[in-house]
Design a protein around this ligand. Structure first.
Ligand SMILES: [Mn+2]
Length: 325
């Protein structure tokens, strides 16, 4: 007779009444768990690696620019969420997609940045046309215009014809910096000072949150308050629209100044698809040829929960795998 019953200390209790797990199910569960662990390790939300959403919005064309992959300011996870919910026959990447300037100085890359690149290549494999118009931050690609990489065409500038027959010049837009009086301002803002403003912004946000204050964007404040900035944006828009009129097109689609807008300049439509550093915006064309701006600042699951939906119950999550001690 023993004094102590050692089985009391045995952590591994026999599973009672649990159905036998099939090997396939166990393998699937293991794969899922591995993907989750990888997502956690890389700081990427696991919901972005889950099954693709059933209801995707189909556009005729999507225009995106100023993603700035390779910089910490890039909102790659939001973009990934956007790309999983929005599809198009043709994608135009209107410059500053991969930030070459920064890559030369310091390199910032994570799983979300990788996933964005994979998502575009996947869309190309599935039959989407992807046109890459390089900008000033990825100007190294301008040496490769006319080439095709993994289904992505690199073109210096493109002419896009909408479903209703209008012709648009698609161009990044840095070409107009020299035309505009306040070009120096953007050259600085576009690089070091702008990066600093964004970093300060994150830091300020943390301090304000500590004191219970609401979100306040320093970079947005600067942009709206600095007189030169406002003047710059408006003279930039005019210069781009003027050039489009000279070219005899119905409108122009560009990026570069991180300020999304659709505006008519005496019959020439100026469209700026914004950016994925601050505003998280894209320009979309529907089947009728109508153009509109999409803002994607919230994750799809946050929106679903706000609409009163609950997170879908995952039957695999309800059972637990007995793990070896
Ligand atoms: Mn640019």
């Amino acid at each position: 007779m023993t004094l102590f019953d050692t089985t009391l200390f045995d952590k591994r209790r026999p599973a009672e009444g649990k159905p036998a797990r099939t090997p396939q199910k166990a393998a699937r569960k293991a794969r899922k768990e591995a993907a989750r662990a990888k997502a956690r390790r890389n700081g990427l939300d696991e919901r972005l690696l889950g099954p693709r959403p059933k209801h995707r919005k189909q556009h005729r064309t999507l225009f995106l620019s100023d993603i700035h992959l390779g910089t910490p300011g890039c909102k790659a996870e939001l973009l990934l969420d956007f790309l999983r919910h929005n599809d198009a026959e043709t994608f135009y990447l209107v410059g500053d997609i991969i930030d070459g300037w920064r890559i030369k100085r310091s390199w910032y890359w994570n799983a979300a940045h990788n996933a964005v690149v994979q998502e575009f290549l996947r869309k190309a494999r599935k039959g989407a046309t992807i046109v890459y118009v390089p900008g000033n931050h990825d100007e190294a690609l301008r040496d490769y215009t006319g080439l095709n990489f993994g289904g992505v065409d690199v073109i210096g500038e493109a002419i896009h014809e909408t479903a209703d027959g209008r012709r648009f010049l698609v161009i990044h837009g840095d070409q107009f910096d020299s035309v505009v009086r306040y070009a120096k301002w953007l050259a600085h803002l576009g690089d070091r000072a702008y990066g600093l403003a964004l970093a300060l912004n994150n830091w300020l946000h943390e301090i304000r949150r500590f004191f219970g204050l609401s979100y306040w964007s320093l970079s947005a404040y600067l942009k709206n308050r600095v007189k030169n900035a406002v003047e710059y944006i408006s003279s930039y828009e005019q210069a781009v629209a003027r050039s489009a009129r000279d070219r005899g097109v119905d409108g122009v689609i560009c990026g570069h100044i991180h300020h999304a807008e659709i505006r008519d300049f005496d019959g020439v439509l100026y469209c700026n698809d914004g950016d994925w550093v601050e505003s998280c915006t894209a320009l979309a064309e529907d089947e009728t040829g109508a153009l509109s701006l999409i803002t994607w600042q919230t994750f799809s699951w946050d929106t679903d929960l706000a609409n009163g939906e609950t997170e879908p119950a995952d039957e695999d999550d309800l059972t637990t795998v007995p793990t070896a001690a």
